[in-house]
Design a protein around this ligand. Sequence first.
Ligand SMILES: Cc1cc2nc3c(=O)[nH]c(=O)nc-3n(C[C@H](O)[C@H](O)[C@H](O)COP(=O)(O)OP(=O)(O)OC[C@H]3O[C@@H](n4cnc5c(N)ncnc54)[C@H](O)[C@@H]3O)c2cc1C
Length: 416
Amino acid sequence: MEEICIIGAGPAGLMAAICAAQNSAKVLVLETNSTAGRKLLLTGGGRCNFTHACCPEEIAKAFDKPGRFLRHSLHEFSPDEVREFFQWRELPSTVESDGCVFPISNQAADVRNLLVAETIKLGVHIQYQSRVEGISADGSGFIIQSASRRILASRVILATGGLSWPQTGSTGDGYRFAEQLGHTIIPTKPALVPLVAQESWASELAGVSLANVRLRTTVDTRAFAAVGNMLFTQRGIGGPAAQDLSRRLTDALSQRQQGIPVEIDILPGLDEGQVDKQLQQGLQAQAKKNVANVLSELLPLPRQLSQTLCLLAGCGRDVQAGQFPSDRRRQLTRTIKRLPLCITGTEPIAKATVTRGGVSRDEIDPKTMESKIRPGLFLAGEVIDLDGPCGGYNLQMCWSTGALAGRSAASLVVTP
Ligand SMILES: Cc1cc2nc3c(=O)[nH]c(=O)nc-3n(C[C@H](O)[C@H](O)[C@H](O)COP(=O)(O)OP(=O)(O)OC[C@H]3O[C@@H](n4cnc5c(N)ncnc54)[C@H](O)[C@@H]3O)c2cc1C
């Protein structure tokens, strides 16, 4: 009988394996792919934003109310300790101005390779191309059925991830296993996902990106904002700011028929008066140019967007700056500060960065990550009903819950 069997060699499963083996447990990892951490390789655009430079409490807060569940694990393995973990193994990191932490090499592959090397060093066996098909409880242990083998284990750590980017191996199997073992699965939805907009002008701008915008919305009288870069897509808006806002919209969108209004503040660093003044001066100084050209050079903005803004503000794109009425200019200013969009949905879960929903937190002991329903079963990472914002929060959650699950599983005394 195996001592600990971990299902999934993603960030949560690999960290669980390392921490269990460090605590003298004999560990087997089963992974459906032929390599570990396929999704990890894609993180941070291939650079891997592996945590956020802040204290455990701030990470917990970023997860909203569910953050309470995470507190213990975050204190057990904090963002600072995660950085030290990699630093000690010769992978130093750098903190960007927004607090996002990346390996100094800017290579997600370095993070993945280090984790795999560490598991090998500690004597963990990773069995690749080994898709688990079912898990059942057997007396004080578990029977794990894969296509080729039947494995008996006294403890199981479920680290199979969510439903997003299924081509990386996370196809939602873990939900089925947890349900078969008696757990409740909170319905899954896409989180951190591009938003679908009603307006056709948005899709005409597909490919145009904007730095540091502020997106605002109100859902059931609660105001939300997200700041960062965004991108117009074929069906609406994407990029970090849009994805962060999507966390506030997915629940509401699934419950209502009509869309949700969102405003884009293209220049959040300036108030409306300041933008209007700049515009007035710029238009006066370049009276012979057309308004859209002045706008794109002055602010500066992509030309295509400037033209769209002019049209939305009710002025022809070829109007000369010197002949631009002041009421139209004020309307243009308002459009720049409050560009309205109606969000009607999100892209599907397969295109989401993370999954909202999953194994109910109420059924997991936050001090150990052990199931309250099935002793000996532990859960870690995205398979749990937890989703955080962009910025390294989700991987930090995986490291912390993985580490705690590994240590707890290793220290559990199994009665024969
Ligand atoms: C494009 C993209 C970019 C991202 N960028 C960032 C970022 O920069 N920072 C950040 O914090 N987060 C980022 N995330 C989110 C982050 O990658 C995930 O939250 C994280 O990978 C979840 O880790 P996990 O170990 O729980 O699951 P996964 O990484 O999904 O790993 C689960 C593993 O289990 C295996 N598995 C599943 N079912 C079975 C089975 N039946 N049998 C055997 N093995 C199985 C899978 O093959 C997989 O290897 C990004 C996500 C995406 C899609």
